[in-house]
Design a protein around this ligand. Structure first.
Ligand SMILES: [Zn+2]
Length: 298
């Protein structure tokens, strides 16, 4: 029996290799699948990058304040970002959720825009004002690549476009609503890359359904492949319902996770164990995309 099995096995192997060669040469299987992968890669706190082929977007990448409990960027990662070295080469756009020290450092973002002159910055007006405060007269040309989104609470979502990107923004109050931080312009960015992959970065959104019910049609019209809610969405009263019934992303990865939460899921507080969290700078998630997401957008 053993001999028969191994013979069969050998025959299978002999056949398999030519079949694979045929598939590769006919282009039925991509020779380098990494060209086609869609990935999310974690930086720190709410900083992350989404890549599809040549298109790269980054959210909340540079900040200096950990408030004693959040992850900061490792130094080599920060250096690669400023230098435009892999994996941060060819970034198309940077999105800022809000002007808080654990999301946005105006001086560092200004430095990045000066170093990497292809990057466009999209940010709430409040953050752009912060950028202006640290800029000098000779930095004026940087602002040609800065797009301020001016939204007040309850405004309808806005839509912008640039090559390869459909950019949608809605103001969702910062957590603490309705009693605190009402002045913070927090933007949730829904970004569609190359008409195929849609991701949602929520900033420090407050997890009350009232903010999402208002724009139910907006949330319904687009399939979100991956959403990045702050982790408190998983443990708050209404957050899980917002994710399940309004945003309906194929997959959620929680961000803004304090460093006190273990990298090992089994060592996390029980209420967080069922969820996927970004905790380690550099870690990645593949974003499966099997259907166009931009249907019905126009
Ligand atoms: Zn924050």
């Amino acid at each position: 029996m053993a001999i028969k099995y191994s013979k069969k096995h050998l025959t299978f192997k002999r056949l398999l290799i030519p079949i694979l060669v045929l598939l590769f040469t006919t282009g039925l299987v991509p020779a380098d699948s990494s060209d086609h992968d869609v990935l999310a890669q974690y930086l720190a706190n709410e900083g992350l990058m989404v890549v599809q082929g040549e298109t790269k977007v980054v959210f909340d990448p540079l900040f200096r304040n950990s408030y004693g409990q959040y992850q900061l960027l490792p130094e080599p990662m920060e250096e690669a970002l400023f230098a435009g070295e892999p994996p941060f080469d060819g970034i198309d756009a940077v999105f800022i959720s809000h002007h808080h020290g654990d999301h946005f450092s105006p001086a560092d973002i200004l430095h990045l825009l000066k170093q990497q002159q292809e990057i466009r910055l999209y940010a709430p007006t409040q953050a752009v004002a912060g950028l202006r405060e640290v800029a000098h007269a000779e930095d004026e040309s940087v602002f040609d690549r800065v797009i301020a989104v001016d939204l007040v609470y309850k405004d309808a979502p806005v839509m912008l476009k640039m090559e390869g990107l459909l950019i949608e923004a809605v103001r969702i109050p910062h957590s603490g609503w309705p009693t605190s931080r009402l002045d913070v312009e927090n933007i949730s960015w829904r970004i569609t890359l190359n008409d195929t992959t849609t991701v949602l970065h929520m900033g420090d959104a407050d997890p009350n359904d009232v903010h999402f019910e208002r724009d139910a049609a907006y949330w319904n019209k687009t399939r979100t492949h991956m959403a990045f809610p702050p982790y408190w969405f998983f443990t708050s009263t209404y957050g899980p319902g917002v994710l399940k019934n309004r945003i309906k992303a194929d997959h959620n990865v929680g961000i803004h996770v304090p460093v006190s939460i273990s990298k090992n899921p089994s060592l996390r507080p029980p209420e967080l164990r069922p969820y996927d969290l970004f905790t380690q700078p550099g870690e990645k998630r593949e974003i499966p995309v099997d259907a166009p997401s931009s249907e019905g957008l126009d």
